[in-house]
Design a protein around this ligand. Structure first.
Ligand code: NDP
Ligand code: HSE
Length: 439
């Protein structure tokens, strides 16, 4: 029997994820000890209510409401309570007392990540956060380690399960956004306290800030992530997308860009976009997550799986625990966050992509020519044009729906085009503007 050095593990939170982490650690502790080369002793679990019913069997004597005392003397501190405070203060306390820290708290990392990474570096401790983006899917370690020798060109991610579930239900079952959100809430996917964290893209934006920082070796603050949610997406748009061979997905996009002067920078953004049904991301259904990476040398890679769920996310946390324990055994300085590139974050106006624009127009001679002229005046090139069923507008005049697909154009030119369309006498209404990504 090998005698291992014992490491003291303190856990904060025994909710959906924390309870599963405690349970798996208690059940598989011996096996994890062999992999880590150190015993992993769960010394306590801090919660608000020690008598609350838990989703897993955890010995009652492990529970405490005194998180601060639990941290003292811990070798490894796992934070799974969520929110900004007191999580931030407790993590700083743990780092300053020499513990390595593991967290799944994307909100905290996207908001105070730089402060926490600097605090860790100062004391030679490590901050692990595999669970913070896309739950069970290994994506932090691949970006940080496996792809450290490559250059990432672009990441397209489905990193929010709730919105993917809603858009998928709208596409496959024809539910309205409200009906699909109610189903997502019933199934426990949507954020309990405030579903707008999911539907308005805040959760995805936090994960985008984390991914972009790692991929481009640059600190990307949350405020620099352009964010649009899915609450404006209609069933009409989803149906039109299906007919045109697309699916609507809420995408987290991190991209290397060059400005007009040839200066390299990056863009980090979240919005609903059309994805071709041939693209691997189109096959990501229900609440699953996937991250599609385009790298210079490695080419295209896709990471797919459960983006949330207690036991699934606990897998990522325990992977971090084994890594942290190995470092304690081997010793030496940890890996600091890599921010050497320090790329400028370029404005949305410089982003170039394709667009699909739907218009309700008056059906009379010269209308198509007028619209084509308007696009060309703004420097936006039309790629496809479809005219669908003729009907009458509110004034009883014949009207038609035009769906125009553009070649790649800048956001600035597209925005000017949409304004000009809205002001044109031949256009009754601009009914939809969606970006096309992933081609
Ligand atoms: P829950 O809300 O289910 O659990 C939170 C836990 O923290 C509870 O046990 C609660 O105690 C405890 N807690 C909250 N506030 C305090 C406090 N002030 N002092 C002591 N304990 C406190 O959260 P989740 O497990 O869902 O999420 C945990 C973290 O993991 C979050 O950062 C989340 O973003 C992240 N995450 C979650 C995923 C998921 O699928 N759920 C997926 C990926 C990441 P009590 O039970 O007594 O109220
Ligand atoms: N509400 C989040 C989601 C949970 O739907 O993906 C995981 O971060």
């Amino acid at each position: 029997m090998i005698e291992y050095r014992n490491l003291r593990v303190a856990l904060l939170g025994a909710g959906s994820v924390g309870a599963q982490v405690a349970s798996l650690l208690l059940a598989h502790g011996e096996e994890l000890a062999i992999r880590a080369g150190a015993g992993l002793e769960l010394v306590g679990v801090a919660v608000r209510d020690v008598d609350a019913k838990r989703s897993a069997d955890i010995p009652h004597e492990l529970f405490t409401t005194d998180a601060e005392s639990l941290i003292l003397g811990a070798d490894i501190f796992i934070e799974l309570m969520g929110g900004l405070e007191p999580a931030r203060t407790l993590i700083l306390q743990a780092l300053n007392s020499g513990a390595d820290v593991i967290t799944g708290n994307k909100a905290l990392l996207a908001t105070h990540g730089q402060e926490l990474f600097e605090a860790a570096e100062q004391v030679g401790a490590q901050l692990y956060y595999e669970a913070a983006v896309a739950g069970a899917i290994p994506i932090i370690r691949p970006l940080r380690d496996s792809l450290a020798g490559d250059r990432i060109k672009r990441i397209l991610g489905i990193v929010n399960g709730t919105t993917n579930f809603i858009l998928d239900r709208m596409d496959t079952v024809g539910e309205s956004l409200e009906e699909a959100l109610a189903t997502a809430t019933k199934l426990g996917y949507a954020e309990k306290s405030d579903p707008s964290a999911d539907t308005e893209g805040y959760d995805a934006a936090q994960k985008t800030a984390i991914l972009a920082s790692l991929a481009f070796h640059t600190t990307v603050p949350l405020e620099a992530v352009h964010r649009e949610g899915i609450t404006g997406v209609t069933l009409d748009q989803i149906e039109a997308a299906r007919k045109a061979g697309y699916v609507v997905k809420l995408l987290a996009i991190c991209e290397r860009l060059t400005d007009a002067d040839g200066v390299e920078g990056l863009s980090a953004r979240v919005y609903p976009a059309l994805v071709s049904r041939d693209h691997p991301l189109a096959a990501v259904h229900v609440a699953k997550n996937a991250v599609f990476i385009e790298a210079e040398a490695a080419g295209d890679l896709m990471f797919y799986g459960a983006g949330a769920g207690g036991i699934e996310t606990a897998s990522a946390v325990l992977g971090d625990l084994v890594s942290a324990a190995r470092r304690h055994v081997i010793g030496g300085p940890g890996v600091a966050e890599s921010t050497h590139a320090n790329l400028p974050i370029l404005p949305m106006s410089l982003v170039r992509t394709r667009y699909q624009i739907s218009l309700s127009v008056v059906d009379e001679p010269g209308v198509l020519a007028a619209i084509a002229t308007l696009f060309s005046e703004q420097g936006v090139s039309v790629e496809t044009l479809n005219q669908s069923v003729l009907s009458t507008n509110d004034d009883g005049a014949p009207s038609a729906t035009l769906v125009i697909g553009t070649h790649e154009a800048s956001e600035a030119h597209l925005a000017a085009t949409v304004i000009a369309l809205g002001e044109s006498h031949v256009v009754s209404r601009v009914t939809s503007v969606l970006r096309v990504e992933g081609s």
